[in-house]
Structures are given as structure tokens and as C-alpha cells.
Design a protein around this ligand. Structure first.
Ligand code: ZN
Ligand code: MN
Length: 481
């Protein structure tokens, strides 16, 4: 809120749906990494006479989001042609929706001053993506692979009040679409793209401002926030100097933190919308809606509360799990089988598995490690039952991954059972003390830190199998005596 104005922001978010095939043809939809123009057919490449057929799964995915947000689903909605010329748009139009979108209304909450604030959705519709082009040497090259990739376009009402709120909203969208498993939601990969509409409103003046800037293709939460802040500053400066900022489409240069006016914003008339004659209406019956509803997972907010209230996880851990639905699912399955506290499972997943995922090539997530959640829980149960100690758990896990054996088999075959027998350990402890007279002397000179060294020596001597609790007791007794 600066100089008598406050920001009025609306977001337009494009979500790439993770269906197997494209929206109107059988080509695969995930074209990331494909060679240029290798994932196309006459339909998505826009050859004359080719006819589109709607992908039912794309509608289903859209419905999942709509049901999660409480949108009104149109029983019948239509596709339109949005006509414009661009080299990467082979048909000369994009098939989109216009006057009757698939869904209207609904909301998604963000936090405003610590309180949940629903952000109203204007509409959500289905459309196809366009291709891409890039400069190679002296040529502009066009790649049609992305043509026909299914997109959801979600438009909010202009009710966001700061750049930070807009970024927060975008994060909630990402979280939700990943949770619903309808999109990978990866902004870097272009699965989630945000355009921001900004204007500033004079405090105390209810008339809508007669200017608006639209900033295109903001591909990270950070850039989204910075670009909107920049626009708010510049709009405020223009208004204060008595200028009329006008209707513009702008690009944001993230390296220089500058906005560049691209073109005066089109009004819809320039797109010459008309109904797509090659496609039927999208009909959504109540039965279909209910079928989709029956397959809906828990929503992130509800799930977060459960993790904190029922499982006793710290907020940060709960948030981390919510951001990674695969990890969350793994956690839930392991938790249900584990004997001890839920928090132990969450920690172990983050400590052991998280690191392994990061360190192992060709492994995207926990599900690729080859250790099912139940087996991981069994490993933790062995620690809980004091059959093995935590220090050998990691080695056991590595062995489970390498051989596919379950935890108990690895422990039994490898003789890794914890040694808790005092009689067996006391000799090792004595030997370690005898072999490290200098450390013993330092301990008696008042350097308690060497205790850890001595304990470590006993653990090494026993191949980490000794029960550290027993070793600690024994060493303390022996050092006193
Ligand atoms: Zn195709
Ligand atoms: Mn669009």
C-alpha cells in the first residue's frame, strides 16, 4: 500500500495436464526431451482435413481440480477457435473455450494476515498448447511437439492484494495439482505458467482503474513476485506523475529486473472467436461428476492438519511431505506398519531415503529405490525392537536395495544383530581402553569429549553392531573404576 494506492492483481495460470496423450489426438503428451517435431501427427500439426477428438481423461483431470475448488461445472460447454497468427501455431488458431467454459466460480485459500482468505476463481477452461520456436544460427526454427498438449487455464478474480499473495496463490495451485495427480506442476519445465494482471486502485475510490498491465510467462514463484512488485512500483510512479498507464502486455527480464512493453493488449474482438465446428459440446453428467468425486484423494490442507495433529509431525516436515505426494504416500504406508511413533518414520524417510534418492543416479523418487514402504517399516521395526541398532540400519538398507532381500533376511544373513550382551562387550571395551591410554588420560584430565571417540572405537571394533547404550554404560563404569 503505497502513496494512496493499493495493488489489484489477478492471475492467469496455465496447468499442463499429465495425461498420456494430447488433448485432441493420440500423440503422447509428455514431449519433454523429444527431438524437434518427432511427437506430432496430422491432427496436432494442423494439416488440412484432420479432425480433432477430445481426450476424455483431460476432462476428468479438469473435473478433479474443479471439484477440489468447489467450482460450478457446466453441464454442457463448448470449444472455440481463438484465431491469431504466430509461426508456432500451425492451424492459425488455438482450440480453446470462450463464452461457456467448463467451470466457473470456486476458490482457493491463501493466508492473509495469518487467516485463510479464499481467492475467488473466475473460470477454468480446457485448451491446447501451441508449439515453440527458437533461434538456431541464422534461422528461426519451429518445433510443433507441444502443439495439442492439454492445458487448463485458470483465471482468478482480481482479488489478490500483493505480489507476495500472488506467489502464495501460485504455490497453492502447484501443491493442489500435484496432490490431485493431474500435473507435474513443475514451473521450470513449463508445466505451470503464470501471467499476472496488475493495476493499482486509489484508496477510497471504488471506480475500477482504466489501465491494466499483463505480464506474460512468469516461470518461477520468485520471478512472479519480483515482476509484479516491479509493475506495482512503475504503475504507482506513472500515476503519481499524472500519466495514464494504459493497457499493455509486458515481458519481464529476470536478469535485469526490468519490464518491457510488448504490445498494446488485444481486446477479445481481435481473436475473432467462433465455435469450433469439428468438436461436440463437452457434456458432464452428474453421474460422471460423482464418479470423479469418488476417486478424489484427500486435499492438501486436510492432509497437513492430520500430519500435524494426529501424527505429531513438525510443521516443516508436514509441509515437505505435502509438496511431494509420492513421498507422502510412501510415508503413510510405512507409518501404518511401523510399531513406533509416526515422527520416527518421517525422520527416517527424510534422513535415509531422501539422501539415497539424491545420491543415486536415475532415481527420481523413493518409489524408484526398490524398497517398498512396508519393507522400510520392517527395517525400522528391527531398530524399534532393539534387534539392530540405528548405525547399521543404513548398511542394511543399502543391502536391501542391492539384493532385493527384506530387512530381516539381510540382518540374519549378515550377522548384523545388535550385541547387547554386557559380557560380550566388556572385553571389547577393556581392550579399547587399554589400546588408547592417551585418550583415557585426556578423559581423566577433564576432556569429556574423548568419550565419544572411545565409544566410536568400540562401535568400529564390533562392526557397529554393539548396542551403544550398553557400551556407554560399560565405558563409564570402566573409566570410573
Ligand atoms: Zn498428434
Ligand atoms: Mn490460455
Amino acid at each position: 500500500m503505497t502513496h494512496g494506492f493499493y495493488p489489484v492483481i489477478g492471475l492467469e495460470v496455465h496447468v499442463q495436464l499429465s495425461t498420456d496423450s494430447k488433448i485432441f489426438c493420440g500423440c503422447k503428451a509428455d514431449v519433454a526431451g523429444d527431438g524437434p517435431n518427432t511427437s506430432i501427427c496430422p491432427i496436432c500439426a494442423g494439416l488440412p482435413g484432420a479432425l480433432p477428438v477430445l481426450n476424455k481423461r483431460a476432462v476428468e483431470y479438469a473435473l478433479r481440480l474443479g471439484l477440489a475448488l468447489g467450482c460450478d461445472v457446466a453441464p454442457e460447454s463448448y470449444f472455440h477457435r481463438k484465431n491469431y497468427f504466430y509461426p508456432d501455431l500451425p492451424k492459425g488458431y488455438q482450440i480453446s473455450q470462450y463464452d461457456i467454459p467448463l467451470m466457473k466460480g470456486g476458490s482457493l485459500s491463501i493466508l492473509r494476515n495469518g487467516q485463510p482468505q479464499p481467492i475467488a476463481i473466475d473460470k477454468i477452461h480446457l485448451e491446447e498448447d501451441a508449439g515453440s520456436h527458437k533461434r538456431v544460427g541464422n534461422y528461426w526454427c519451429i518445433d510443433f511437439n507441444r502443439c495439442g498438449v492439454p492445458l487448463l487455464e485458470m483465471v482468478t478474480k482480481p482479488v489478490l492484494r500483493s505480489a507476495g499473495e500472488a506467489a502464495q496463490f501460485a504455490k497453492r495451485v502447484r501443491e493442489l495439482v500435484r496432490f490431485l495427480r493431474i500435473s507435474r506442476g513443475d514451473m521450470n519445465a513449463g508445466n505451470l505458467r503464470c501471467d499476472g494482471n496488475v493495476s493499482i486502485q486509489e484508496i477510497g475510490n471504488d471506480e475500477l482503474p482504466e489501465f491494466k498491465w499483463e505480464i506474460k510467462n512468469l516461470n518461477s514463484f520468485n520471478y512472479l513476485e519480483r515482476a509484479l512488485d516491479k509493475a506495482i512500483d512503475e504503475l504507482t510512479a506513472e500515476r503519481l506523475s499524472g500519466k495514464q498507464p494504459g493497457y499493455w502486455t509486458l515481458d519481464y527480464d529476470e536478469n535485469r529486473n526490468t519490464l518491457r512493453k510488448q504490445r498494446a493488449k488485444e481486446n477479445v474482438g481481435q481473436y475473432r472467436y467462433f465455435r469450433e465446428p469439428d468438436l461436440l459440446a463437452i457434456e458432464v453428467s452428474d453421474t460422471w461428476k460423482e464418479q470423479v468425486r469418488a476417486t478424489m484423494p484427500k486435499l492438501p490442507q486436510e492432509c497437513r492438519e492430520q500430519l500435524i495433529r494426529q501424527d505429531g509431525l513438525p510443521e516443516k516436515t508436514a509441509d515437505d511431505l505435502i509438496q511431494e505426494p509420492d513421498l507422502l504416500e510412501y510415508y503413510e504406508k510405512a507409518r501404518d506398519r511401523f510399531k513406533g511413533r509416526a515422527a520416527t518414520v518421517a525422520n527416517a524417510i527424510q534422513n535415509y531415503l531422501g539422501r539415497l534418492v539424491n545420491e543415486t543416479a536415475n532415481v527420481q523418487g523413493v518409489q524408484d529405490l526398490g524398497v517398498p514402504p512396508k519393507q522400510f517399516a520392517d527395517l525400522l521395526n528391527l531398530i524399534e525392537d532393539e534387534i539392530i541398532n540405528a548405525s547399521v540400519a543404513e548398511a542394511v538398507l543399502q543391502e536391501m536395495i542391492a539384493t532385493g532381500k527384506d530387512a530381516r533376511a539381510v540382518v540374519e544373513d549378515g550377522g548384523l544383530t545388535q550385541i547387547g550382551d554386557r559380557g560380550e562387550l566388556v572385553d571389547v571395551c577393556k581392550a579399547v581402553l587399554a589400546g588408547n591410554p592417551q585418550a583415557v588420560q585426556e578423559f581423566h584430565d577433564g576432556k569429556p569429549k574423548v568419550f565419544g571417540f572411545l565409544l566410536g572405537q568400540v562401535m568400529t571394533q564390533t562392526n557397529k553392531k554393539a548396542d551403544p547404550k550398553v557400551v556407554r554404560e560399560l565405558l563409564q563404569e570402566l573409566l570410573k573404576g
